[in-house]
Design a protein around this ligand. Structure first.
Ligand SMILES: Cc1cc2nc3c(=O)[nH]c(=O)nc-3n(C[C@H](O)[C@H](O)[C@H](O)COP(=O)(O)OP(=O)(O)OC[C@H]3O[C@@H](n4cnc5c(N)ncnc54)[C@H](O)[C@@H]3O)c2cc1C
Length: 352
């Protein structure tokens, strides 16, 4: 038997199923929601961000953008540029060290950050950052995976792992057991609950997003503007603005992620000082999702050192939509016996 079972149909699970099927591996994916990509992957701000301090994340993001060109003629990233304000010299240096190879450079807060006080603050500019077409990405991965022979089964929750002689040998779905040579845990924020036997360093944290009407007095903000010091970001969205106060509350994963009025108040108290023209803006919609974080902000990709037969693909934090496709490709290469670059840096064994 040479079958891989993937549990979870978000960007992680879809990407590894897609990459394995293209390598002619037998792969079956189970997603408990009625639709693929309905978990954290549907809740993101869809910002493609190269300006980060981890070189592995930058390399994966560049590769993911290249892979995205398969799924849409224009690619799955609409470049707008991203301006990252930070008063911390050390933070700017770390991001530049990792991301200068992707075109990220020193800048100043200028007209792209109009209305944000004070002007001239030190910043970084990433010309290729922008907005991801999540629908094209998820649908493209699912279509190509199925064409290559993968079975992608929605509305099918997996109840747990099946073991024999200390090894993971498949999964349990109701009273049935489905055998596999390897099971891939791609359950994202649900990973600690799905695999209580072994913690892969993944801890979910809630974050809110709000879509605001843009008052006539406010700048159109055509780029991503992210204030790393104040902890707030925005980008254009359907004539308005998508904004987050960068809240990060540890929270066990559940079917419904509750929203909090206090976080809405936090957003408006931050806006009052940061972008006064937006402080009275009307909220069109708001939601919260879970970011599966790791202690070192890097993904987890590799065999679980404590549970033979289990492969971990997760801990995508706030970068899953940016770089997840390339992490799935990396996972498939490891599962096919290769030792690709970055595999060791991302191995779950680092959290032993
Ligand atoms: C508010 C917010 C803003 C974000 N903004 C960005 C951004 O701008 N840019 C960016 O790159 N990233 C962003 N992210 C991060 C990104 O959304 C995540 O990194 C990514 O979606 C994680 O993908 P995943 O496949 O690991 O998890 P998910 O998409 O959550 O997929 C896991 C799936 O597993 C399924 N599942 C769980 N348990 C089981 C089970 N037992 N059986 C079957 N299925 C199961 C779940 O239903 C779920 O669909 C943001 C996240 C949030 C919450």
């Amino acid at each position: 038997m040479d079958r891989v079972i993937v549990v979870g149909g978000g960007i992680a699970g879809l990407s590894v199923a897609w990459a394995l099927a293209r390598r002619r591996r037998e792969v079956v994916l189970f997603e408990r929601e009625g639709q693929l990509g309905a978990g954290s992957s549907a809740k993101s701000a869809a910002i493609f961000r190269l300006a980060v301090a981890e070189p592995e994340n930058v390399r994966l993001a560049l590769r993911a953008r290249e892979l995205g060109r398969r799924f849409s003629a224009e690619g799955t990233v609409r470049p707008l540029g991203g301006l990252y304000l930070t008063d911390d010299d050390e933070e700017r240096r770390r991001i530049l060290d990792a991301a200068a190879m992707a075109g990220v450079r020193e800048a100043r807060a200028d007209e792209r950050a109009a209305g944000l006080a004070p002007r001239g603050r030190p910043a970084l500019f990433s010309p290729d950052d922008g907005v991801i077409d999540v629908h094209a990405l998820v649908q493209g991965l699912a279509r190509e995976a199925r064409e290559a022979g993968a079975q992608l089964l929605a509305s099918t929750g997996v109840d747990g792992l099946d073991f024999a002689a200390g090894r993971v040998t498949g999964v349990r779905i109701g009273s049935e057991t489905r055998p596999a040579e390897t099971v891939v845990d791609a359950t994202g924020a649900w990973s600690p609950a799905f695999v209580p036997q072994s913690n892969a360093g993944i801890a979910p944290a809630r974050r809110h997003l709000f879509v605001l009407d843009r008052p006539r007095t406010a700048s159109p903000y055509p780029t991503v503007v992210w204030d790393l010091t104040a902890g707030i970001y925005l980008r254009p969205e359907s004539g308005g603005l998508l904004v987050s106060p960068c809240d990060s509350d540890p929270m066990a994963a559940s079917d419904h992620v509750p929203t909090s009025r206090e976080v809405a108040s936090l957003l408006f108290s931050k806006l009052a000082g940061w972008a006064p023209a937006l402080a009275e803006a009307r909220v069109r919609s708001g939601w919260a999702g879970l970011r599966p974080l790791t202690p070192d902000h890097r993904f987890v990709v590799g065999l679980d050192p404590r549970l033979p037969g289990l492969f971990r693909l997760g801990g995508f934090g706030g970068h899953g939509m940016t770089a997840g496709v390339a992490a799935g490709e990396l996972a498939a290469a490891i599962l096919c016996g290769e030792d690709p670059p970055d595999a060791r840096a991302l191995a779950p064994a680092r959290f032993r």
